[in-house]
Design a protein around this ligand. Structure first.
Ligand SMILES: Nc1ncnc2c1ncn2[C@@H]1O[C@H](COP(=O)(O)OP(=O)(O)OP(=O)(O)O)[C@@H](O)[C@H]1O
Ligand SMILES: [Mg+2]
Length: 381
């Protein structure tokens, strides 16, 4: 085989691996949404049976873990295909870090680790994608918890240094060898684990952190004085140059009443029947009225007859895509008041643009987090 043939073969194998990863992550993600929603529903039923409580906790925790792995895998594959676009806006990094820390508390609690956060009085403004910066921070916090024995300590801090915002995640855990320090950011790289793979994981977390930080124009660095001596990860992001214009958030009157606010008539169109059914039950238990359809034409017929206040439309529908369904609904004067929400497995910007071009008012990314949907319903009354 000539050199160029060999290179070509390698490149094609790499492309196939990438495509396989993308499809794999995507296919794993679809069943996760109904499972997560079904669990939320189950959690609403009061129970005192200790065995049942335990089973629920295990299912919820493990599904969350599976969901995070799949999301990470999907993101790495998006980044490799240049399909991940940041949604950067001026934001106070302190608020994002606090939020990421809140979301990580369970890991520290489970291991009885003490966690502290130290942030300055001054605002730390940067042009960031909030979701991604939170993901970066949570990945580092998760690693810190994972690679630190029970009872250890983890610290998160941030401060301004010149024209940079410096975020530090430090633990007093198992530490890293110089060899691992120089390679930990590589895809699928993990320290040698025993056959039992007690730590688990895929070795994508730090790759993702590095790529996402890089896309923000920043850098990330790992430090450790050696095995047993803890580790520190330092993220540097460019500080936002000009003073930020503070746009006041639109004041929304606090809604009272049931968890979902006012009672709405909602149409759910999704060909994944389990996903649709789980969503229906959750919405109904919030006091809403719900109808379900499982393909485009059935969705259109149901919309015309039912005249929903809100329509949650899956995009990848059989017979007629969610985009087309939205357009057809937009064209119908009787459905002028219907709020159209796209529910898609693809979170990229171009999909959002396409969705709003087709008349969608909002866009939710699968798996739909029920809390986010509740908020949307409250805010759009
Ligand atoms: N805080 C830390 N202390 C010690 N070692 C760490 C720390 N963070 C990461 N490492 C080492 O770097 C490796 C790569 O980390 P990375 O987050 O990419 O993967 P992972 O945690 O093994 O799996 P994943 O994040 O995909 O679930 C880890 O397997 C671990 O050996
Ligand atoms: Mg990790």
């Amino acid at each position: 085989m000539t050199e160029s043939k060999r290179v070509e073969a390698l490149e094609s194998a790499d492309r196939q691996t990438q495509e396989f990863l993308a499809v794999l992550a995507h296919e794993l993600r679809n069943p996760l949404a109904p499972i997560a929603n079904a669990l939320t529903l189950l959690a609403r039923k009061p129970t005192t049976d200790p065995a049942e409580i335990w089973v629920r906790e295990v299912l919820t925790r493990q599904t969350g873990q599976l969901g995070r792995l799949v999301e990470d895998l999907l993101d790495v594959s998006r980044i490799t295909r240049s399909a991940l676009v940041l949604d950067r806006r001026p934001a106070d990094v302190r608020a994002i870090l606090r939020h990421a820390a809140d979301a990580s508390m369970q890991w520290f609690d489970e291991r009885r680790q003490s966690f502290s956060i130290s942030l300055p009085e001054e605002r730390l403004m940067a042009d960031v994608d909030e979701v991604r910066l939170s993901q970066i921070t949570q990945n580092l916090l998760h690693n810190a918890a994972k690679y630190t024995p029970d009872g250890g300590t983890v610290e998160l801090g941030a401060r301004r240094e010149g024209v940079e915002i410096v975020i530090r995640v430090r633990d007093n855990g198992i530490g890293m060898t110089p060899e691992l320090l120089s390679s930990a950011f590589e895809l699928f790289k993990q320290a040698q684990q025993g056959l039992e793979r007690a730590q688990g994981g895929l070795g994508v977390g730090l790759t993702l952190v590095q790529r996402l930080v890089g896309m923000h124009g920043g850098t990330v660095q790992a430090r450790s004085e050696g095995p047993g001596r803890g580790a520190e990860f330092i993220v540097r992001l460019p500080l936002r140059a000009e003073p930020a214009i503070v746009r006041p958030q639109a004041e929304r009157p606090a809604t009272s009443g049931p968890a979902g606010g006012a009672r709405r008539r909602i149409l759910v169109v999704d060909d994944n029947r389990d996903a649709a059914q789980a969503l229906r039950l959750l919405l109904e238990s919030d006091g809403h009225e719900v109808q379900v359809a499982s393909d485009g034409p059935a969705g259109l017929a149901a919309a015309r007859q039912y005249r929903p206040g809100v329509a949650l439309l899956d995009i990848g529908l059989p017979k007629m895509s969610g985009y087309e369904l939205a357009q057809r609904m937009r064209e119908d004067p009787a459905l002028k008041g219907t709020l159209l929400v796209a529910v898609t497995g693809y979170g990229q910007m171009h999909d959002r643009a396409r969705a709003s071009a087709c008349g969608f008012h909002h866009h939710l990314v699968k798996p739909v987090e029920f809390g986010a949907l509740q908020q949307l319903l409250r805010e759009t009354v």
